[in-house]
Design a protein around this ligand. Structure first.
Ligand code: CFM
Length: 567
């Protein structure tokens, strides 16, 4: 063991032993199921992970519902569509702006409805006699007040249970009002997590918005950034960087984006995917219908951002663009270097664990790697096997009853708008070794004998903290305070609390500094986790050296300040 705050013991238990410890508390059936969702990683022979299955009732999960994935995550951030939740008021209230998908309106006449939480406020009367009438009234009322370009309707659990036909209402109101009105059957229970809602939202955006405006692009290098939601301003940083390089973003789905941009998204040269889990459907459908190829990028982490820019540059095959990209990378890396070096010197060798959503548990590993930190355990809340093991496993994924619940759109080539020239180019580049339509997943990048845990429960997080002692955990909102009460800093990676942006080079600097501050603040040494309060005294305190140092300092302070002992 090294000294005081920088101490970091090697895990005493192997990944396999830790897994066994976690499973011990469960009844045998639960242990069997959870066991499949915890695997010891080997990047050279990636094991199969049980993913996208139902959470065992009784386990405390971090997951959200299908409605959250549709209304909250994918389509909700489009700021000039009026979003109406059809359901009891709670669903609307609790989905109101907690995710920090930020928006700036710049032009005269731009609208931003994100500050509003619109709901039909269903009551017993509608549950008993049906809610379609009230939904129609709500749409009319919202239209009269706001005159929006488009209105979207989201069905919540009770709506599905009583059988209101939200699509028929949307169709009728579309005709009556003469604006685009469309609905989503995204009842909370429709899938095993919010992941189902992503798919439903992708289908709806593709069906009802993409392709409505054919204005061609005049810029030579145009892309869409898919699966980037501008949390804490990330999309703005990405956009600024791309602009510096000379690349034009047609639309970002769906961070700080408006309805018009999405209507025109199908005119871009290339789709780039940030969050594969939430948006891969859109990229696939756009390729089928319009011939637009897609590549996976990652703008989280300095090294990954550079790699992503170079890949986009290579796609456009322009020496001028590639030179400019190299110049920008050199500038950004030089500006970042002092912070990166300083933080690396202080954080190198520290251990992190990441349990977030469906993409960040992978992407943020790169930020930790940038500063010499090691990720010992990671997992998604709701991602699928391809996000862990890579898209090569797609043909082997069993389609279960829960997945069959979600509509797969039949998409065909658009006779007028399909770009066969794009397809030719893709083929040629592929023959030269360029890879498209690929995502190799989280596990290929994680070290051997790290522990991958899907849909981690609170019990398992507690075991992980107690037995493997990570120095920091990156996680979501639900578990943040549970983790911090155990004396471990938790970087909240869903809405970033009040932090961010963390994307690209500029964001990386913010992240490094914050991690440094979080790891080195003394506040954690004041927290005593439950097992140290209740233990029989034989357990070795995890941060004993920190505690000793703190006690010494406290005594010194008390002496100078002459505070009576009992205070
Ligand atoms: Fe994609 Fe997201 Fe995420 Fe996600 Fe999410 Fe999110 Fe997330 Mo919270 S779309 S999967 S459903 S990157 S809201 S912006 S942070 S759980 S890892």
């Amino acid at each position: 063991m090294t000294t005081e705050e920088t101490s970091c013991e090697a895990p005493e238990l192997s990944a396999e032993q830790l897994k066994e410890e976690m499973l011990k508390a469960y009844p045998s059936k639960t242990a069997k199921k959870r066991g499949k969702q915890m695997v010891v990683n080997d990047p050279d022979a990636i094991p199969e992970v049980g993913a996208n299955s139902r959470t065992v009732p009784g386990l405390i999960t971090q997951r959200g519902c299908t409605y959250a994935g549709c209304r909250g995550v994918v389509i909700g951030p489009i700021h000039d569509i009026l979003h109406i939740t059809h359901g009891p008021i709670g669903c609307g209230y609790y989905s109101w702006l907690t995710r920090r998908n930020m928006v700036k309106t710049v032009n005269e006449g731009d609208t931003n409805y994100l500050q509003y939480a619109m709901s039909t406020d269903m009551m017993e009367e509608q549950i008993v006699f049906g809610g379609e009438k009230k939904l129609k009234q709500a749409i009319q009322e919202a239209y009269d007040i706001f005159k929006p370009k488009a209105i979207s309707i989201y069905a919540t659990c009770p709506v599905g249970l009583i059988g209101d036909d939200v699509h028929a209402v949307a169709k009728e109101m579309k005709e009556t009002l003469g604006i685009n009105v469309f609905a989503f059957s995204c009842e909370g229970y429709r899938g095993v997590s919010q992941s189902a809602g992503h798919h439903i939202a992708n289908n709806g955006v593709f069906k009802h918005i993409v392709g409505l405006d054919d204005t061609p692009q005049t810029h030579p290098y145009t892309i869409n950034v898919l699966g980037e939601y501008n949390i804490g301003g990330d999309a703005w940083e990405i956009d600024t960087l791309l602009r510096k390089c000379g690349i034009h973003v047609v639309s970002t789905l769906s961070g700080d984006v408006n309805y018009e941009q999405i209507k025109n998204a199908h005119t871009a040269h290339l789709n780039t995917i940030m969050c594969h889990r939430s948006i891969n459907y859109m990229a696939e459908m756009m390729e089928k219908k319009y011939g637009i190829p897609w590549i996976k990028v990652n703008f989280i982490g300095a090294d990954q951002s550079a790699k992503s820019l170079r890949k986009i540059g290579a796609f456009f095959e322009s020496k001028e663009l590639q030179d400019r990209i190299e110049e920008v990378i050199a500038q950004e890396m030089a500006a970042l270097k002092p912070v990166r070096d300083r933080v690396t010197a202080r954080c190198k060798g520290k251990k992190a664990a990441l349990f977030v959503g469906g993409s960040r548990a992978h992407h943020y590993q790169d930020l930790f790697k940038d500063i010499g930190m090691e990720v010992i355990s990671a997992g998604y809340e709701f991602a699928h096997r391809d996000d862990y093991e890579g898209r090569s496993v797609l043909p082997n994924i069993k389609v279960d009853a829960d997945s069959r619940n979600i509509e797969e759109l039949t998409v065909e080539e658009d006779p007028q708008r399909f770009r066969s020239d794009f397809v030719e180019k893709k083929k040629r580049l592929e023959s030269e070794g360029f890879t498209f339509s690929d995502y190799h997943g989280m596990m290929a990048e994680m070290k051997k004998n790290t522990l991958v845990i899907d849909d981690i429960s609170h019990h398992e997080i507690e075991k992980l903290i107690k037995l493997w002692k990570p120095d920091i955990i990156g996680s979501g909102i639900k578990d943040k305070f549970v983790i911090e009460k155990m004396g471990i800093p938790c970087k909240q990676l869903h809405s970033y609390d009040y932090g961010g942006p963390y994307a690209v080079f500029t964001g990386a600097a913010n992240f490094y500094e914050e991690v440094d501050r979080m790891l080195h603040t003394k506040v954690w040494s004041f927290v005593v986790p439950p097992w140290q309060k209740e233990g029989n005294g034989t357990e070795k305190p995890y941060y004993a050296p920190r505690k000793e140092k703190r006690d010494k300092e406290n005594t010194a302070w008390k002496k100078t300040a002459e505070v009576p002992e009992e205070v």
